[in-house]
Each structure stands twice: as structure tokens, then as C-alpha cells.
Write a protein that binds this ligand. Structure first.
Ligand code: FAD
Length: 294
């Protein structure tokens, strides 16, 4: 966000609506929770939300208190918006593009410019305080059809949220360096069948890391994974660029291609890592963890 407009430009802009006690930038779970609390403290809050919450990607959250059977991210967001609405908080769809302290005011006062999502003219808001609840942006793994894999729960972002969901399943942890090692070892507490994978970053494992992974029974595939194939409710195949030596964990093989060709060999060797033992995963998916979330 920048605040480099000249005073003449500012003067030409529409005046802000009434000054609020708090402007909440971002209407994901954090912003909406704050909205409910502030309203109940009888504060006048306004939420402006750009509409791209990470929470919308949650296939089903099962660690959200009050929802023992789980709740889908979009449903949780809808319920939280309704909750904020119940206490009279306006949640407006738009993007805050500029935020600045009003130098002309004796009291601390923030001025924001925001662009409504419906494409209308830029609007302004004024508030005594601002809460930035803009979330974070994932550094996504470079994989074909990633979004579908995330939405359907085959690729997961968070061992804290999802470790429990994949207990006893075959799990791949995409990671490298000491972070990848620690995450693979953490995930190992949920499953005896964990493999550390890379999408191209050198794994950079020192001897000690290799020893620890080996002692924990964590497999390592250093050849980059280039594609995930999803079929019949499971990750049916992980494709590498080059063939892999037999890892001793092979599944039934991909049902296409010449099994003796290098790619087919790689497919055969990696296939089966990420299904249930019986090859049927069910709704929860088997879960490749992604490393590198900020
Ligand atoms: C695939 C996936 C599965 C997950 N599963 C779980 C789970 O099971 N359990 C769990 O507890 N957590 C889970 N998480 C994490 C959870 O989604 C986040 O912890 C949560 O969404 C954080 O809430 P937030 O409000 O901080 O951010 P977000 O949900 O990201 O919301 C931030 C909002 O701010 C808006 N914004 C950003 N910039 C601006 C701007 N300039 N102006 C206006 N608005 C702006 C964004 O568009 C967005 O709508 C999961 C995340 C992912 C991606």
C-alpha cells in the first residue's frame, strides 16, 4: 500500500464515510473474529475484504472448535460473515489500496482508499484505528492442477491442521533443507510411511539429516516430482522427470504407457506411495504436505 498522492489529488477524492472506531482490512477468519468482538465491545467497525481468503480453500476443517464433524472453509466464512452481520458490522467487498495517517487531524486518524469489487468508483474510509487482517500468501508448489489437488484435499498445507487427518496413510512431504527434514520427522509421528520429496530444489541433506531420516524410516526421493495424477479418489501416480531406482515401496503402477520406458518406470516406482494400503483413500485424501508456506 502506498500513500504518495499529492494533496490536490486527495482533495479531489470523495470524502470518507463517517469515522469508524476501527477499519479492519481483510474479512477472513481473523478479520471477522475481530469484527464480532469489536461490535460486542460496542465499537463501530468496518470490514473491507478483497475476497481471497486462504480459508476458502479449506476442503473440510476438523480442528475448528464447535464443529466436531468438520466444516468446509466457504461455509465457515459464510457463517462468520453472518455472525458479524448479526452484530451490525458492515463487511464490504473491495480492496484497500492506500492507507495513511491523516496529518491534518489532531487525534490519530487513518485514511484509507479502497476499490469496490463491483468495479465502482474508488471510495474512502476513515478510522481511529486500523487492524490489518490480510492473511498470508502461500508459496505454492509448482505443480500442474494444483488448485484442484488442494481443494480436494490431496495436497495439504499444514501438518498441524492435517496430520491427524492422514494418520496411517502414505504421506509425501515436499520440502528441502533442515525445514523439510524436521517436517518429515514431525509427520512421521502420524504415519509409518513417509517420504521426503522435492519439486526441484536440491534437498541439501547433510549426513546427520540422512541418518535421522533413515533411523525414522523416512524415504527420500531426490528426483524432482513434476506431476501428480489423481484418479479414483486417490493420488494414483507421482511422475518424476527421470526414472528412479526401486524404492522397495512400489504400488501397482500407472495404468498407462509402456512400463519399460523411463517415464513409465518412474511412475511405477512412485505409484502407490500416496494411497491407502488398499488403494482407496476416501474423502480425506492421502495428503502430500507442502513445505514453504509463509
Ligand atoms: C488448503 C488449506 C487448508 C487449511 N486447513 C485448515 C484447517 O483445517 N484448520 C485451520 O485451522 N486452518 C487451516 N488453514 C489455514 C487457514 O485457512 C488460515 O489460518 C486462515 O485462513 C487465516 O485467516 P486470516 O483471516 O488471517 O487470513 P485469510 O483467510 O487469508 O483472509 C485474509 C483476507 O484478507 C483479504 N485481503 C488481503 N489484502 C487485502 C486488502 N489490501 N484489502 C482488503 N482485503 C484484503 C484477503 O483477500 C482475504 O480475504 C488452511 C489453509 C489452506 C490454504
Amino acid at each position: 500500500m502506498a500513500s504518495s498522492k499529492r494533496a490536490s489529488d486527495e482533495a479531489a477524492e470523495p470524502l470518507p464515510e463517517r469515522e469508524r472506531d476501527c477499519l479492519i482490512v481483510g474479512g477472513g477468519p481473523a478479520g471477522l473474529t475481530a469484527a464480532v468482538y469489536l461490535a460486542r465491545f460496542r465499537r463501530d467497525a468496518l470490514v473491507i475484504d478483497a475476497g481471497e481468503p486462504r480459508a476458502a480453500l479449506i476442503p473440510t476443517s476438523r480442528n475448528c472448535p464447535g464443529f466436531p464433524d468438520g466444516i468446509r472453509g466457504p461455509d465457515l466464512l459464510r457463517a462468520m460473515r453472518a455472525h458479524a452481520d448479526r452484530f451490525g458490522v458492515a463487511v464490504l467487498d473491495g480492496t484497500v489500496t492506500r492507507l495513511a495517517i491523516d496529518e491534518t487531524s489532531r487525534e490519530t486518524r487513518f485514511l484509507a482508499a479502497w476499490r469496490p469489487q463491483d468495479g465502482g468508483a474508488e471510495r474512502r474510509a476513515a478510522a481511529r484505528t486500523v487492524l490489518l487482517a490480510t492473511g498470508v500468501v502461500d508459496i505454492e508448489p509448482r505443480l500442474v492442477r494444483l488448485e484442484r489437488a488442494i481443494r480436494e484435499g490431496y495436497v495439504r498445507h499444514c501438518p498441524i491442521c492435517d496430520g491427524y487427518e492422514v494418520i496411517g496413510r502414505r504421506i509425501g512431504v515436499i520440502g528441502f533443507g533442515s525445514g523439510g527434514v524436521e517436517e518429515a520427522l514431525f509427520v512421521r509421528t502420524y504415519s509409518a510411511d513417509v517420504t521426503l520429496l522435492t519439486l526441484g530444489e536440491p534437498m541439501g541433506l547433510d549426513d546427520d539429516s540422512r541418518r535421522r531420516l533413515e533411523a525414522a524410516g523416512v524415504g527420500i526421493v531426490e528426483e524432482p516430482i513434476v506431476e501428480i495424477e489423481i484418479d479414483e479418489g486417490k493420488i494414483s501416480c507421482l511422475q518424476t522427470e527421470q526414472p528412479q531406482p526401486d524404492l522397495g515401496r512400489g504400488g501397482a503402477g500407472c495404468d498407462r504407457g509402456d512400463r519399460d520406458s523411463p517415464v513409465a518406470t518412474a511412475q511405477r516406482l512412485l505409484n502407490g506411495l500416496f494411497g491407502d494400503e488398499d488403494g482407496s483413500i476416501g474423502g480425506g485424501g492421502s495428503g502430500i504436505r507442502t513445505h514453504g508456506t509463509v
